[in-house]
Write a protein that binds this ligand. Structure first.
Ligand code: THU
Length: 162
């Protein structure tokens, strides 16, 4: 027996960091706008996701809830399903996620991170197109940037390296 460990590398940007890349900021604005189309009467947790595709198209998604709770679809997969349906042959290069909380009318200060199902779908989208997806998790205090969705799902079911 030996011990092993996995380290997740990600960049942390504080608000108003002068080094924050403009394309990330642009995609975050799309994710924030996407959160306004969320249907979240049960959680009041309005999640917005924005994808950048390799052809330059930006796709928005938001969480769509249902009284039968498991029917709910997360923002990330709403966007990924739309991209898969409309641009099946185009890689996804980036995803930005922002959460607006109805309770206080603010975006979260510490970023929210995709759920396990969305991580699984993100990783398979990377695998499908042979293209890592940069994950940009927005928070008003700090924003995290991961170079690939694989970092969110260590020991993933899909074994092949990208
Ligand atoms: N939700 C997302 O949209 N994305 C996630 O990665 C986690 C959770 C949604 C589902 C539900 O509508 C609300 O957030 C509260 O869980």
């Amino acid at each position: 027996m030996k011990k092993d460990s996995i380290t997740i590398a990600y960049d942390v940007y504080e608000a108003h960091d002068a080094e924050f890349p403009a394309p990330y900021a642009e995609l975050i604005e799309e994710a924030k706008a996407a959160s306004r189309a969320s249907y979240a009467p049960y959680s009041q947790f309005h999640v917005g996701a924005a994808l950048r595709l390799a052809n330059g198209v930006i796709m928005r998604g938001s969480n769509q809830e249902n009284a039968v709770f498991p029917v709910t679809c997360c923002a990330e997969r709403t966007a990924l399903y739309a991209a898969g349906a409309q641009y099946p042959d185009v890689a996804v290069t980036d995803i930005a996620i922002a959460v607006w909380r109805e309770k206080d009318g603010l975006f979260l200060s510490t970023p929210a991170s995709p759920c396990g199902m969305c991580r699984q779908h993100l990783v398979e989208t990377e695998q499908r197109h042979g293209q890592p997806i940069r994950v940009i998790l927005y928070g008003t205090a700090e924003t995290y940037v991961l170079a690939s969705a694989r970092h969110l799902l260590p020991l993933t079911f899909i074994g092949e390296e990208l």
